[in-house]
Design a protein. Structure first.
Lengths: 251, 659
């Protein structure tokens, strides 16, 4: 439907983690109502029909919640629009004749698997180091016996909406994962359920974050600016506060 | 084959309690020597893997996504039901049980559904204990809303992203066990074969999607928590990777497939906009709490919706179903939308859409309440809208944003345009009361099984079932099997059964790569989807289904001659992953049509045009079809039908009415 747009794509191609990558140019005809990934679908079908290797990229839910899609578009993680993931970016955000440069997330802690796909298992390991409440199934008390003021619940929820896509890391010149870690620490440190492990959690998660090779935070704020879920920069301030608090208490 | 559902004896309310207190246990020392494989890490898989590991079993968990947190449960929007009766509005375990059976149009098992209703309350407690940030009232208590097919408020939610919050809770519990060394997690792995030894499931062959290698894993038991197969329709609200492959391989290894044609078409999705469309996006059923569905009273009315006066609008759900109004169950709302559009009242560019309008409640429900609260007397319409908008935003903000992003229209200003789309599959692997398939040691949990939703699932019940199965059912029922396996030593994976299974998988893969045809996998998938949607979708008839079966057979034959799968079997090759999944859909599609053809009645989401009341409602035939259809795969796309009769001892079966 609508008008056809001609897009010049410069896409990062890389066979695997151990090979050198390069940019490859393609011309695609798109429609303004198409999503950015649907444009890649069209291009890939074309490539396959021409006997060429389709471009590998990660994607799954295509409704902005699974966190799987991950493209740096014209230098910005998830592209030019604020508050959306790549899959929710539509071609109407571009002009006919535009040249669009597409790269994978760039960070040492996220090695390239192929083309635009990267390995983000470092995030899983950070969560495994402490991003939980230690409560085995079957131990819970009645849900309403834990009263949580609405404002606290809302703020915890806001932090918990992180989709773990890694745009924050990709946006950061230091490839820091502080926004990601800060979001989880903030959620759990605010809630009564998270109190027992409040200090051990933050220390363990920060240690794991450092071990994975993520960089340090210099409070530039690119992470929060590019976060598709608009996780606020204040979670990093909170992460620092929680970390000092734990350290002061000898954790 | 005699199907034994293994439903415990005794009164309905005591079956589960008695079962739990008499089921054999495995002692902690023995648990450490028992390996359980869990395939899929959505709500059912993550909760099962975490809980079983907490109990002491050795668990290996697999998902095809890059992280267990990305399983498609993450996308569930509206909420999760539980019979907590926190709103003091008359809810109870019995009512949730009754609503679910009735909502399913009397095609599910009483005992399973009652158990589901019983454990629903534990789920909320467990999730809150994990730190899941549900919506709350100012006093700090949990908030509830209504969903379709019920007259109480029993749905717990976290804005429009409840699935995300519940899954992150289960994922945290899972990662905790990964950190403790009790779960070994294999992400970017896809199960491609079940390994059976002496008739029992003893492991899987998984393909490492990064290296392309086939890998062998032993387990004393295998749990499939692999979700539904809505993507057989190509366009659905499922994630792009959602597939039937694991369940289908289990089916080919002897597990019966229950009610494959029972598909849920969700009434409120964003309509298709072009031929390049890759998926459809749901607008949560929770929106029907505050959105009113209508079409113009005049056929082919092209006026802007805001210019159509109140008395020229047909609020057809409120008109046809005054008792439930906009909150009728999904199958009914979907058919009613189709009926209006087919009759020429559809709206939007394609005319295949109806309006979902929030303006009335924005002003009169929320705006007025807020105005009163703020002491504004005689507020004008603009004030009411402004005040109401804020509250609507708080409840559904992310959904409204998503709608705007996709359609470039602002739903705060103009009504949403919506149309039904494939969303969920009630059918799935046949399981008994213990969630065991017809293959000993092979279990199916969550959407992957067929058991709890009959012919139509009620909103906010999928999350409930996934977590019920994983947190509270399988941890007990698996004991009955594993208690007899404590003497079974881990079987080395050079056993011939593993060899053979790997060989089958490897031959299939090289088969795809060697066809070297001209058509893309995607093009076959799209064509299959169209056949399914046209002939096995919202309305089905004998002629169409027979045509569909022929068309699918021809398409499948062509696939194996002409498909082009690029690349090789080593390294990362998403096209190859897709080829395997589409090949399985090409078989499943035929079985769905056979099932729909054999079930000569209408029930829930299964609407056979030959069987309807004068008012166009589904007409069941309880004499002939009060049963589960469980299909056995006889090889080469031949199937044998087995039936499990459903016995209703507690609920009086009647014509379902929401009028």
């Amino acid at each position: 439907m609508g008008n056809t747009m001609n897009i010049n794509l410069k896409v990062w191609r890389q066979q695997n983690e151990n090979t050198q990558g390069h940019f490859e140019e393609h011309k695609v005809q798109a429609s303004p109502d198409m999503s950015f990934l649907e444009m890649f679908d069209v291009l890939n079908e074309q490539l396959i029909e021409d006997g060429k290797d389709p471009i590998a990229f990660d994607h799954d839910c295509r409704e902005g919640i699974c966190g799987m899609c991950s493209m740096v578009i014209n230098g910005r993680p998830h592209g030019p629009k604020g508050g959306v993931t790549t899959c929710q970016l539509h071609m109407r955000s571009f002009q006919d004749g535009d040249t669009v440069v597409v790269e994978p997330w760039r960070a040492n802690a996220f090695p390239v698997i192929k083309d635009l796909s990267v390995n983000r298992s470092a995030f899983d390991r950070i969560i495994a180091s402490g991003g939980y409440v230690s409560v085995n199934t079957g131990n819970a008390v009645d849900a309403n016996s834990i009263l949580i003021p609405k404002e606290v619940a809302d703020t915890a929820f806001e932090a918990a909406t992180c989709i773990g896509c890694g745009a924050c890391v990709s946006a950061c010149k230091n490839a820091s994962a502080m926004l990601f870690v800060g979001a989880k620490v903030t959620q759990l440190s605010m809630l009564p359920q998270g109190q027992s492990e409040r200090e051990s959690r933050v220390v363990a998660m920060v240690d794991q974050m450092d071990a994975e090779g993520f960089g340090a935070c210099t409070n530039t704020g690119a992470c929060a600016a590019e976060c598709p879920k608009q996780i606020p920069l204040s979670v990093i301030a909170n992460l620092n506060r929680e970390y000092y608090r734990a350290k002061l208490n000898g954790k | 084959m005699k199907l034994d559902a293994k439903i415990p004896e005794g009164p309905l309310e005591q079956k589960w309690t008695k079962y739990k207190s008499s089921v054999p246990l495995v002692n902690p020392a023995n648990k450490r020597n028992l390996n359980i494989i869990v395939v899929g890490t959505g709500l059912a898989g993550a909760s099962a893997a975490a809980t079983l590991a907490e109990m002491g079993y050795q668990v290996s968990a697999f998902c095809f996504q890059d992280s267990p947190r990305r399983a498609h449960s993450i996308a569930a929007q509206g909420g999760i039901n539980a019979a907590k009766n926190y709103q003091n509005d008359g809810d109870s375990v019995h009512r949730l049980f009754y609503d679910t059976i009735k909502g399913g149009d009397y095609r599910s098992r009483e005992a399973n559904v009652h158990r589901l209703a019983e454990v629903s309350t534990n789920i909320i407690d467990q999730c809150v204990a994990q730190g899941v940030p549900f919506a709350r009232e100012y006093g700090g208590t949990l908030s509830n809303r209504s969903f379709g097919g019920t007259q109480v408020q029993r749905t717990f939610y976290a804005a429009g992203q409840t699935g995300q919050q519940l899954l992150l809770g289960a994922y945290s519990a899972l990662e905790r066990q990964v950190g403790l060394g009790n779960v070994k997690m294999y992400a970017r792995h896809e199960m491609v074969e079940v390994v059976k030894i002496d008739g029992k499931a003893r492991g899987i062959i998984a393909r490492n999607l990064v290296s392309g290698k086939l890998e062998r894993y032993f387990g004393h038991a295998v749990l499939l928590c692999t979700g539904g197969y809505g993507n057989v329709f190509y366009l659905s609200t499922n994630a792009m990777g959602s597939n039937v492959t694991a369940a289908w391989k289990a089916h080919k290894a002897g597990a019966l497939f229950g009610n494959p044609c029972f598909t849920q078409i969700h009434p409120t999705c964003i309509p298709v906009s072009g031929h390049y469309q890759s998926k459809l996006t749901l607008m949560s059923e929770s929106l029907r709490n505050d959105g009113r569905i209508w079409v113009p009273k005049k056929q082919g009315d092209t006026r802007h919706p805001n210019e159509i006066p109140e008395d020229e609008r047909d609020y057809y759900l409120e008109r046809r179903y005054p008792a439930f109004g906009n909150l009728v169950p999904r199958d009914i709302a979907s058919r009613a939308a189709k009926e209006r559009c087919d009759a020429g009242y559809g709206v939007g560019p394609s005319k295949m859409a109806v309006y979902l309008d929030f303006k009335y409640n924005m002003m009169n429900k929320y705006g007025r309440a807020e105005a009163t609260k703020q002491g504004i007397t005689n507020p004008d319409d603009a004030t009411l809208l402004r005040l109401g908008k804020e509250l609507i935003k708080e409840k559904y903000g992310n959904l409204f944003d998503m709608y705007k992003q996709i359609t470039a229209e602002d739903p705060y200003e103009v009504p949403m345009r919506i149309y039904p789309a494939v969303h969920y599959t009630m059918g799935g692997l046949w399981v008994d009361y213990e969630l065991q398939t017809s293959v000993p040691g092979l279990y199916a949990l969550g959407e992957a099984n067929f058991s709890d939703h009959g012919a139509n699932r009620l909103g906010a019940s999928a999350l409930m079932q996934g977590l019920a199965d994983g947190y509270f059912v399988i941890p007990y029922t698996i004991g009955n099997y594993l208690s007899k396996e404590i003497h079974t030593k881990p079987i080395p994976t050079d056993h011939e059964a593993f060899e053979e299974a790997e060989k089958r998988a490897s031959e299939r893969i090289s088969g795809f790569l060697n066809i070297k045809g001209t058509r893309t996998v995607e093009s076959y998938h799209r064509e299959l989807g169209l056949i399914m949607w046209d002939k096995c979708g919202m309305a089905r008839n004998e002629k169409g289904l027979k045509e569909a079966i022929e068309q699918i057979r021809a398409l499948r034959e062509d696939f194996y001659k002409n498909v082009r799968v690029p690349g090789s079997d080593s390294g990362f090759n998403p096209e190859l992953d897709k080829a395997g999944r589409v090949a399985d859909f090409l078989e499943l599609g035929e079985l769905m049509c056979l099932d729909a053809l054999a079930r000569e009645e209408s029930c829930g989401g299964h609407f056979r045009e030959e069987h309807q009341t004068e008012e166009g409602e589904a007409l069941r035939d309880d004499e002939k079809f009060l049963s589960v259809f469980a299909w056995e795969n006889k090889g080469d796309n031949n199937y044998e039908l087995h039936r499990e009769d459903l016995n209703y001892e507690n609920i009086k079966i009647q014509q379902r009415s929401y009028k």
